[in-house]
Design a protein around this ligand. Structure first.
Ligand code: PLP
Length: 385
């Protein structure tokens, strides 16, 4: 007896590998983490605690409690310009479970889904579990790491059923402009593809808010994914939500039953408090990330290290090619010799080895110290060899 082929062939997460190495290195600076270094706002935790003590501890409907679905329909209308009814909103166990359910509901095993290189590795992992093949489309630094529809079109085959797009992006920190979103949608329409629009960083932007994909969709092919994880520093609560085109929710809700059934009931009350309560916490976090982005950019520019200037999420991609090394060997050496953990680009796609991802979700002082040491490595190691 042995585990399934899907599991045995699944690559080990590059993020975990670096985290483990860094945890054995005393005083290591952690720039690999992908979660806010803030606490969940107190009123949110309070709401969950009250729900628990009030006995709100049973199964809920698959799609989430009605007041939360209604509040989220208001949220996407007001903040994302997405005109959706509560029936189109599905509460999920993090965006990750939403993506998994949507894939299971809309894409057959044996199909292909287009996904960017680099991209959040879980997309490809969940495809692998469902017998779907990821086909990578490139994101180029010359194009600010946003997709170019003309480069994607030749990758489409008879088996292609969907395209995943993520803006603001992890690991790119890039926000896709409206024109590129429209081009992607035209491509999807021509080839009759679903569009999975991952917008979990919708409130994490630096210079201007992102344009949502859903409102640009005239014919009901975009499923939009959002989350409480990053916006309200709630990664461990596991609450996300998606907005499905009219008439499609029922199929996705059906898929949710065998996967998670429903989201933790007190956590749904916490989410309701988060989305309907004061929003200053979101502005404060956004302000902190923006200040950190500006400081890190200043250091990298000053030192002459190549990087892609991020406009959203809380990540920044540094091009480490001047060091003469890349991928996991670069990242391991950086932990061992400089005591700094970053994620090697190879974690995010086969052609992204020249980058490492730096997370801005780290307090400013260690962040700047770590980026300084990273710059020493990028510029110094090349000179050594
Ligand atoms: N999508 C992207 C691009 C992410 O970076 C993450 C988490 O890191 C998620 C989705 C998953 O978010 P959640 O915590 O809501 O499952």
């Amino acid at each position: 007896m042995k585990p399934s082929t899907a599991i045995t062939s699944m690559a080990r997460s590059g993020i975990r590998e670096i985290m483990e190495l860094a945890s054995q290195t005393e005083g290591a600076i952690h720039l690999e983490v992908g979660e806010p270094n803030f606490n969940t706002p107190e009123h949110v935790t309070q709401a969950a605690s009250e729900a628990g003590f009030d006995g709100f501890t049973r199964y809920t409907p698959n799609a989430g409690i009605q007041p939360l679905r209604e509040a989220l329909a208001d949220k996407v209308r007001e903040r994302n310009g997405l005109d959706a009814t509560a029936d189109q909103v599905i509460v999920t166990a993090g965006a990750v479970a939403g993506l998994y359910s949507a894939m299971a509901a809309l894409v057959d095993p044996g199909s292909e889904i287009l996904v960017s290189d680099p991209s959040w590795p879980n997309y490809a992992l969940m495809m692998q579990l469902q017998g779907i093949d990821p086909v990578y489309y490139p994101l180029r630094s010359e194009n600010d790491l946003v997709p170019n529809a003309a480069e994607i079109e030749p990758l489409i085959t008879e088996r292609t059923k969907a395209i995943i797009h993520n803006s603001p992006g992890n690991p790119t920190g890039a926000i896709t402009p409206r024109e590129s979103l429209i081009e992607l949608l035209e491509l999807a329409r021509e080839h009759d593809l679903w569009v999975f629009s991952d917008e979990v960083y919708d409130e994490m932007w630096f210079d201007h808010p992102p344009v949502a994909m859903g409102p640009l969709d005239p014919d009901g092919r975009v499923v939009s994914f959002f989350s409480f994880s990053k916006t309200y520093a709630m990664t461990g609560w596991r609450v996300g939500y998606m907005v499905a085109p009219e008439g499609l929710s029922e199929s996705i809700i059906k898929a949710q039953e065998p996967i998670t059934s429903c989201v933790n009931a007190p956590a749904q009350k916490a989410a309701l408090a988060a989305v309907t309560g004061p929003q200053e916490c979101v502005q404060e976090m956004r302000q902190s990330y923006t200040e950190r982005r500006d400081e890190v950019v200043a250091v990298l520019e000053d030192r002459g290290v190549p990087f892609v200037r991020p406009t959203g999420a809380f990540y920044l991609m540094v091009d480490v090619s001047p060091s003469g090394s890349q991928g996991m060997p670069f990242a391991r050496r950086l932990v061992e010799e400089k005591g700094v953990a970053v994620v090697p680009g190879t974690t995010f796609g086969p052609e992204s080895g020249k980058y490492v991802r730096v997370s801005l979700a780290t307090a400013t002082e260690p962040l700047l110290e770590g980026v300084g040491r990273l710059a020493d490595a990028v510029l110094g190691w090349g000179a050594d060899s």
